[in-house]
Design a protein around this ligand. Structure first.
Ligand SMILES: [Mn+2]
Length: 423
């Protein structure tokens, strides 16, 4: 595929050079170190979850698009394709039990051949599996029923074991636990059980592993969610220990929440461990990153970039796209998401944070806004394209994907009626 991408790049090279040279000169004139930014962008890698490669939509109907991955091997190959085109999707995040590797060595080999590593593994206690002895209907790690709690703890431990074999170093725990009606559960007991269960899982992890605790305000429970916000996650992470962190998922906030402020607070306390990208208009819509609120994404990246430079107590966050819906070709959707992420990251890198700080110190509100919006309204896409070109990825990945007729090829190989395993 690399050869075909290079051939397509040749046809785009002249136009790209004109736009990049123009942008690079303008940025240099403003005092921006373009090469330094290119180097930082080139290092950025974002994990693709194994459940995002089929036509998704977890809540409602699915419309097959043809050529969907029917096995974990297919999914790894699809992420490999995205990585070849974009140069920034060098990791896959597995969801257990949807994607349990049968032959670990073969799966590892396939990942290496695709230039991929295994990022955080994800447990699933939000649905019962076939023949499960105790149900999660009334909760898992928080359940009032000890048998269900123990089963959920055991499952998380098994997920860590599978991750260990693959070289993962972290587990993400997202709990659907909560209640649908007032009076259904005792808040205090549910929270205490959750804390105790998480501590059991945490203490069983290898010493170089981290735990990411995800929060979400509502859904699938609509009255109360045990880990409803960053504060609850932060508190539980602190109770577990140094290697437990909060995970921010962009869609897991009530409308208009100031997510960039949450990011800033968590990083300053050294507790932002993982980050899930998506976009939303109303709730946890899981839309393509940057499709609805690109300015918010830029403001969030400003805090991430500030934190990565200044909050040295915070580890480098584990990045993952957590989006899935049912009308786009998922590979094109993921390529669009990666472009939006890199663009917001580039904008945040180009922003002169020292100048912004001095505007703040002078309470020059107007200048602060000017600085932010000047960067946001500068078209930095040629910068991202240049990073890809230097990595022998596609200057324009969507164009290349279509020119190479990748979906048609996948449909030819896998058939028109395949349905991705998982969701
Ligand atoms: Mn998530």
């Amino acid at each position: 595929m690399k050869n075909s991408i290079s051939e397509i790049n040749i046809t785009k090279a002249k136009n790209h050079k004109t736009s990049f040279d123009f942008l690079a000169e303008n940025l240099t004139n403003k005092g921006v170190d373009v090469e330094n930014i290119i180097a930082k962008l080139a290092e950025f890698q974002c994990a693709i979850p194994s459940w995002a490669l089929g036509a998704g939509g977890t809540r409602f109907g699915r419309f097959s698009i043809g050529g969907e991955p029917g096995s974990l091997e297919d999914k790894i190959n699809d992420v490999g394709t995205i990585h070849s085109l974009t140069g920034c999707a060098g990791a896959i995040s597995l969801h257990i039990p949807w994607d349990i590797p049968k032959d670990v060595a073969a799966i590892q080999q396939l990942a290496v051949a695709n230039g991929l590593i295994f990022d955080a593994v994800n447990s699933n206690t939000f649905q019962d599996q076939k023949d499960q002895p105790f149900s999660y209907k009334y909760g898992s790690l928080s359940s009032i029923h000890k048998d269900s709690r123990d089963l959920a703890i055991q499952h998380n431990m098994e997920v860590v074991k599978i991750g260990e074999q693959l070289g993962s170093k972290s587990i993400t725990v997202w709990l659907a636990d909560g209640s649908n009606f007032p009076g259904q559960v005792n808040f205090r007991k549910a929270l205490q059980h959750t804390a105790d269960s998480l501590k059991s899982i945490y203490s069983s992890m290898p010493s170089d592993w981290s735990m990411f605790i995800e929060y979400k305000p509502y859904e699938p429970n609509f009255y109360h969610t045990v880990i409803q916000d960053w504060g609850t996650s932060f508190m539980l992470a602190n109770e577990c220990g140094d290697r437990a962190y909060t995970l921010v998922d962009l869609g897991h906030h009530l409308p208009n929440t100031n997510i960039e402020y949450i990011v800033s607070t968590l990083m300053s306390k050294g507790k932002l461990g993982g980050f899930h990208f998506n976009d939303s208009k109303y709730g946890d819509d899981d839309l393509t990153v940057g499709s609805i609120k690109p300015y918010q994404l830029f403001l969030i990246f400003n805090e991430l970039v500030y934190g990565m430079k200044n909050d040295l107590q915070n580890p480098s966050p584990a990045w993952m796209i957590d989006a899935s819906h049912n009308i786009k070709d998922p590979l094109e959707d993921l390529i669009q998401s990666l472009e939006a992420i890199l663009l917001a990251y580039a904008q945040a890198l180009v922003l002169d944070h020292d100048q912004l700080e001095s505007a703040r110190e002078n309470s020059d509100v107007v200048l602060a806004q000017e600085l932010l919006q000047d960067v946001f309204r500068t078209d930095l896409r040629p910068l991202i394209a240049e990073v890809r070109k230097r990595k022998n990825a596609a200057i324009h990945p969507i164009d290349a994907y279509r020119q190479l007729a990748i979906r048609q090829q996948l449909t030819g190989q896998r058939g028109t009626n395949t349905i991705a395993t998982g969701l």
